[in-house]
Design a protein around this ligand. Structure first.
Ligand code: SF4
Length: 202
């Protein structure tokens, strides 16, 4: 994978890509880019957790809307607040080398926020999330990202035990809706893409 080519493709699509070899440089950049007084929505990204980015933003004074910080009965309310925050921070299930972001959700809170309602989006991802083309990116989201997530979330889905997607119709399915983002959408002002030269998340 040629990271310069990926960056050029993202720029052509209207995204603002940045590449960092290490998470330390990436975190410095993210903390400088998101204003300290901004509200920040988040989904349940393992990459964000691994980077401890949610805690870093919270500790320095940002208002964080994340379901991981509230009781289950408050989740829907937090999803709505996150979807209208000043910023939304997310990883991605996959990114094609041409610049397509693929994300699959069970509740669609994350993909809704990534599509509409938040003016400033910041994707942060390890280089392991980059796939050669859109078809491989969709395959990655289904077969590499979703099964360990289903297992982690204790879902009663075939992939939680087999490790492979069987396109289930389970009540516990975490793949109810897919978003493919080709460009920033109409009302988005900044869509940053922070790629880190490390393996992060699923
Ligand atoms: S088996 Fe179901 S929950 Fe698991 S990855 Fe496939 S569609 Fe998603």
């Amino acid at each position: 994978m040629d990271i310069k080519k990926v960056m050029n493709n993202l720029t052509k699509r209207g995204f603002k890509p940045f590449y960092f070899e290490s998470r330390k440089e990436a975190l410095d950049f993210i903390l400088d880019t998101i204003p300290q007084n901004a509200s920040v929505g988040m989904g349940g990204s393992m990459t964000v957790k691994e980077l401890d980015l949610d805690n870093m933003l919270y500790k320095r004074g940002n208002t964080i809307y994340s379901h991981s910080l509230v009781a289950p009965e408050q989740r829907q309310n937090v999803y709505q607040l996150a979807g209208s925050a000043d910023w939304y921070v997310s990883s991605t299930n996959a990114l094609s080398e041409q610049g397509d972001f693929v994300n699959i959700d069970g509740s669609a809170n994350r993909i809704s926020a990534l599509a509409f309602g938040v003016k400033n989006i910041l994707y942060v991802l390890g280089a392991n999330k980059i796939a050669p083309d859109l078809a491989s990116a969709i395959d990655r989201a289904r077969n590499i990202a979703a099964p360990p997530n289903a297992k982690r979330l204790n879902k009663n889905t075939p992939c939680a035990t087999s490790g492979q997607c069987s396109l289930c119709d389970s009540d516990d399915c975490i793949c109810n809706a897919t978003l493919i983002s080709h460009h920033p959408t109409r009302y988005q002002e900044n869509v940053y893409v922070v790629i880190i030269g490390e393996t992060l998340g699923y």
